[in-house]
Design a protein. Sequence first.
Length: 329
Amino acid sequence: MSEQTETTTETLFLLWAARETGVLDALVADADTPAEIAAQTGITERAARLTVETLADEGFFAQVDGAYEPTNRALGFLAASDLRSVSRLPHELDVLAALRELPETMRTGEPDAAITSAADATWNELGHVQATDAATVRACVTAAQHAMSGTDTIGRVLDLGGAPGTYAVEFATRGYDVTLLDSEERLAESESLLAHEPVETVAGEPAALDSEDAGSTLPAVDCVFVPMRTHEFDTATNRELVERAHEVLTTSESGESGDTGGWLVVVDHLRDRSSRATATAVTELATGEGACYTSDRYRAWFDGAGFRAVQVRDVPGTARQVVFGQARV
């Protein structure tokens, strides 16, 4: 199952090589022909010719009056100044670069910092999230609504780690009061997207459900929604996240016990159910500290934290699953 059209591995490798050798920069600047590209980058003219011809065939460039010019498909990763135009490709190329270093990462246990900590790594990652097709976003939010069906009042949602706000905005569009908790860096990169959206933001550590500002408290919420983040965390961190979510859902702003139990809703690729499980696991091995976890592992976290009515369902039309449970008061 595919959530949207995928770029072939061969095309990704070619784009990555073109980025690494400076071909993309040359094309965006003033190199119009393979000969000029070869002269500026130091690659062979044959390599330049095959590269631009293939990228043109894939729709990234078009030949106009004997020169190669970028198409709209290419502009997303060549000169994007807004997350709405970044596209999925820059992050996918970052992942490809990390996978190239996977043997060394497996030996050291540490991903290549030059790749994972690059200046544009966060920007590219957020652009990848923003480029999630609208049908998938809607399906995930609808799955959350269905998980909470039968509850009298669900009006306040805490989106945990969901910058640039792709899911938060969808919740807000459906009439929910939404707060987005994410790191200061990710929220800063997302500012232009959220400036005119009815979404409150709180800077903090998503895995800890905690604000970085000691004077700021999280609002009382009816639902904690975690979109595609738990695979980035290790087992201990996810266990603590679920436990902290239970505390947030059963405590009001004044610190007194609430009179209803809120819902924790997690969306991710599950190891025993998703066709994207292998890709997710390998990407985490190359880039982070997380993994792809099974349904039983999520159930254990939810049960251990005190959630009731824990269920796992597939998100229709996607390779994602939703795990949800209601906090016991």
